[in-house]
Design a binder for this molecule. Structure first.
Ligand code: AMP
Length: 201
């Protein structure tokens, strides 16, 4: 994803099954000074659905499949450049919180070229039925095409199981912090804060 030749960006990775709260916790972290949150899923959901690219991406997402790497790289590059142009993100000052990236070995390799990974927050939940129930609620509340059918959700879980192992295999296992997201939100917040305090100092 060659972005440019500036120093490595410090990155926090957020991994988790659909419904594990990646987006929520990513947004909360992104509100803190010194952090910039980039969700690839949100980036795709914000595309103009009338455009050729938007239509193509929505179709892929609605089937629960992964968007091709080149599209992901191109949109991420544009998002980061824009965030830098408007002063929202400064790589020398801010940590980049990546939510939903990397999801393929090629994405993981591209990330390693431009970033130093400080920490991997793995939002973990043994109870998949709990997640499915959360996602059913979200499909209604947020009108999300990618949450719409149970078959698509199960397909997304299947892809996640595959993607997590390939992406995490590229990251040092010592960087991984497992966070149990079946607990109360306040407890999750405490664990996340402790993990970041330990990793970022
Ligand atoms: P998320 O909001 O992270 O669950 O992502 C929603 C959907 O966006 C996924 O099911 C994929 O279709 C697509 N997507 C998000 N991030 C990526 C990525 N890094 N690579 C390919 N597809 C992605």
């Amino acid at each position: 994803m060659a972005y440019d030749n500036s120093p490595a960006i410090e990155v926090i990775l957020l991994f988790g099954l659909p419904g594990s709260g990646k987006g929520t916790w990513g947004k909360i972290l992104g509100m803190m000074p010194g952090f910039y949150h980039l969700s690839t899923g949100d980036m795709f959901r914000m595309l103009d659905t009338e455009s050729e690219l938007g239509e193509r991406v929505i179709q892929i997402m609605s089937a629960g499949e992964l968007v091709p790497d080149d599209i992901v790289f191109d949109l991420m590059r544009r998002n980061l450049r824009h965030a830098e142009d408007i002063g929202r993100f400064n790589r020398a000052r801010d940590r980049l919180v990546l939510d939903g990236f990397p999801r393929t070995p090629r994405q993981a390799e591209a990330l390693m070229e431009i970033a130093t990974i400080k920490c991997v927050l793995l939002l973990d939940c043994d109870n998949r039925e709990l997640l499915i129930n959360r996602l059913r609620r979200r499909a209604v509340l947020e009108n999300r095409a990618d949450d719409a059918s149970e078959a698509v959700l199960r397909r997304r879980f299947e892809i996640y199981d595959r993607e997590i192992s390939t992406a995490l295999a590229k990251v040092a296992s010592s960087l991984i912090e497992r966070i149990d997201v079946s607990r109360q939100p306040v407890r999750i917040l405490c664990t996340l804060s402790q993990a970041l305090d330990k990793r970022l100092g």
